[in-house]
Ligand binder design. Structure first.
Ligand SMILES: Nc1ncnc2c1ncn2[C@@H]1O[C@H](COP(=O)(O)OP(=O)(O)OP(=O)(O)O)[C@@H](O)[C@H]1O
Length: 291
């Protein structure tokens, strides 16, 4: 039987999708990952179960950090949240609607900033908005605002190759923020940066997250980075990838305080959670590797 359809903000939804959407809005759920399994077939014809039965409710304004050993399926999960890949089983609902393809409501920040070398930084920041059909005047104003937000107000007329790695990452973040997504998906965005730049950018991201009230899903290999940023840390285990722990982080943070990183690190709760999460990642792993 074909369910009747209703149109909501230009999207066609079935009645049951409308009911789910209303419930998610009532409960403040931004993204609902429901029983997601993902299998790949390798070129040799073998089947790999990258994720099995992942269930996770991401609330609006959550800052989720996902940690886990290499190969546990973090990027696979992010790719499905972005709509780049489809689950083999289960489904992902974002803003009440099943995710079937990429959407500007979900911005993606990659480890390597995909900036266009022939465009200035300002034009790069405007690019996503141009794709959305934002009029030139508004594009200009929003680009100026977000370049300011990420501390690149003076770099708008430069080209990406004239920027440091940290500045390029800031430009990418400005480009994503300027498209005004509900959810920002970040795949190890600071993995390639030196420790000091990384700390600065983490603080900046916390401030932006507090100000703009976005929902963030952030992959990292660093437990310390996760504890510095997250409202919830999700620990995943491998073969097949699944959620092992969901840990709320209750450490007070103030990104407007330049001494915030040291204060957070020296909080006894930080050290306790770091040990607990590190143990969870590596126990039963059969080796002593530590990151
Ligand atoms: N397109 C693909 N075809 C076949 N197997 C894949 C494909 N993409 C991912 N996999 C497999 O799925 C599993 C999870 O990979 P994924 O990249 O999501 O892990 P990850 O946790 O992000 O790893 P890392 O921390 O190293 O980036 C791995 O075993 C990987 O080999």
């Amino acid at each position: 039987m074909v369910e009747s359809m209703v149109v909501d903000k230009g999207q066609k939804l079935t009645w049951s999708e409308m009911t789910d959407k209303a419930q998610m809005e009532r409960e403040g759920i931004a993204v609902d990952i429901q029983g997601v399994t993902k299998r790949f077939t390798t070129q040799q014809g073998d089947e790999v179960t990258a994720l099995r039965e992942v269930n996770l409710k991401i609330r609006e304004h959550d800052f989720i950090c996902v940690v886990g050993r290499s190969g546990c399926g973090k990027t696979t999960l992010l790719n499905m949240l972005a709509g780049f890949e489809r689950p083999t089983e289960g489904r992902i609902i974002a803003a009440g609607v099943p995710v079937t393809k990429p959407s500007p409501r979900r911005g993606v920040v990659f480890q390597k900033p995909p900036l266009y070398p022939w465009l200035t930084v300002r034009k790069n920041v405007e690019f996503g908005m141009r794709m959305q059909g934002v009029p030139a005047k508004e594009r200009n104003a929003r680009a100026a605002h977000f370049l300011e937000v990420v501390g690149l107000a003076d770099a708008g007329e430069r080209h990406p190759y004239e920027l440091s790695g940290g500045m390029q990452q800031r430009a990418q973040i400005a480009r994503v923020l300027a498209t005004d997504p509900d959810v920002i998906l970040m795949d190890e965005p600071y993995g390639a940066l030196d420790a000091l730049t990384r700390e600065r950018l983490q603080n900046e991201l916390l401030r932006i997250w507090q100000e703009k009230r976005k929902t963030v899903f952030f992959i990292t290999h660093s437990v310390e980075e996760a504890l510095f940023l997250a409202t919830r840390v999700i620990v995943m285990t491998a073969h097949p990838g699944t959620v092992k722990m969901d840990i709320p982080v209750d450490i007070p943070r103030d990104p407007t305080d330049p001494d915030n990183p040291r204060k957070v690190r020296e909080n006894p709760r930080f050290q306790q959670l770091r040990d607990e999460i590190t143990r969870a990642i590596y126990e039963n792993s059969g080796d002593e590797e530590r990151r």
